[in-house]
Design a protein. Sequence first.
Length: 345
Amino acid sequence: MKAIIFRQHGTLDNLEYVEDMPVPEHGPDEVLVRVSYAALNRLDQFVVRGWKGLNLELPHIPGADFSGEIAAVGDQVTGWRVGQRVTANPTLWCGRCSFCWRGEHSMCDTMRLLGEHVRGTFAEFVKIPARNLIAVPDGFSMQQAAAAPTVAVTTWRMLVTKGQVRPGEVVLVVGAGGGVNSFTISLARLLGCTVWVVAGGADKAQQALALGADWAVDREAEPDWSRAVYLHSGKQGVDVVVDNVGAATWEASLRTLKRGGRLLTVGGTTGYAASTPVNIVFGRQVSIIGSTMGSQPDFEAVMRLIFAGKLSVAIDRVYPLAEARQAEERMKEGEHFGKILLEVA
Ligand code: ZN
């Protein structure tokens, strides 16, 4: 089958387009899906680079997100048939550990991700446990269905399940270009929050406002954006900060919180070694809340809103599968706003 692979860890130059990868062999509780679209995530680039302890079967196929049609169904799968249009939660869980029993699938003892630990979606076919699937309604865009899963489930769990964001709260999103950040703007608006954005450049500030943000500060024009936010809040601070930038912004993000505020994070693109002023944590009684991926209930809750047209995922650009490396380069340069897709079928 056609696929994007890498044979060795390294740079994006290691990504190759091939036409002779074997079709995955699905297990009794899995389905085989013929992929229509796949979507890029920053995770792909971490996986290409590799890290200590990541032992992949090489060559590896990256990619966590897809939409497609079921091509084959395992012996023990019920409720799904060949030809159904589907997408899936990329969080893979064991179903047997104490976290799984509580429905905390993204805390599973052996939590894995499609495309991170097992071969992923940048291919004509992908296999996935049937319990991860959700049906894509007739007439719904297969591009949206592919763009949504990782950002939607990650954002829902961060804001709703873990962050307990409530209507009327001020949510500050630090960074506006990535998939999670742009979806955070839309979801926080839908939840009835006031949404402010720290954008890297005037264009991204405009795009954030177009997505529904109430106010945006351009950190290139206003390097002391933390103070700008503080002044804009009437010297109150904000209820919630979403910071997935990490080391470069962490301390400033903490400083924008009001008493009792929460900092939510699902990643740190500029580095993990951030400095936390402990006096802010106890003095202002703020919480730092981490989150990663999401359970199947998290996934189903947010996908229902997407399928109902209440929420959509911003799509930046669609590339042919064979041009995945160029697509990854675009994401690496930070030129994108929203999700970058690969057209497979
Ligand atoms: Zn488990």
